[in-house]
Design a protein around this ligand. Sequence first.
Ligand code: ADP
Length: 260
Amino acid sequence: FMRQLEETERLEALGILAGGVAHDFNNALATILGTAALVAEDLGPDHPSQPDIERIRASAQRSADLTSQLLIFARQEPRRAQAIDVAAALRGIEDLIRRTIGEDIDFSCQLADHLAPVRIDRSDLEQVILNLAVNARAAMPGGGSLRISVGAVTLPDAATPPPPLPAGRYVHIAVTDTGTGMSPEVISHAFEPFFTTKPVGQGTGLGLANAYGVVTQANGHITLDSEPGRGTTVNLYLPAIAAADRDAPAPAGAAPEGHA
Ligand code: ADP
């Protein structure tokens, strides 16, 4: 438990640091974008330097996209957390996932019916799942299978290792691939912002850091079950909310349904 606590605090500190950097960086990028637009306008549409200015603009925009991802991770408050049906959210992005990962991956979704709602920002959750699918895809260069399952669990149960969450009802999302898997060393750093094993320019190291941020802000938990050569399962546990609480504002640190 102590290890878990230290890990949480370490990630929190890293998040605050990264958030501060991202914020300052965003201001600088806004200046670059704004000035590039002014210069482009001054020179007129036919000026030979326009393609160069466009390259400056596109590059600054890519950096701005990256910092906005970083700010999601660092954000302490949930954005537009609402009671949502996770299975319905998944159904909405199933086709997008299939198109994103490509035809050589065998993709299946197992979605339970009549799930209790969870309180989370829907587009944050969709972004997280999509990032996990993209990671899975990258881990299966020679093809393989990706399975996303969504179901109800009551914790604690026989699951090993048990996630450090209050007893109660949760919605469990498992994203399982048959890819390269991760070594214990990679697992121990995987949630840190900027940690990546991908070549420069290919990985941001923010996918799992974002997932961690989004899930913990929703009072949930994320775990990795992975082994080199076998593949990876990313588990997300999100507190189920009782139907009666559906439209109530989320109390800070709300306990899941079934927890007195
Ligand atoms: P990025 O994908 O940009 O590297 P992430 O935070 O999403 O950043 O992932 C961090 C690292 O964790 C990856 O570089 C990779 O080494 C490892 N990883 C993440 N997901 C998987 C997966 N499904 N299979 C194997 N390794 C993974």
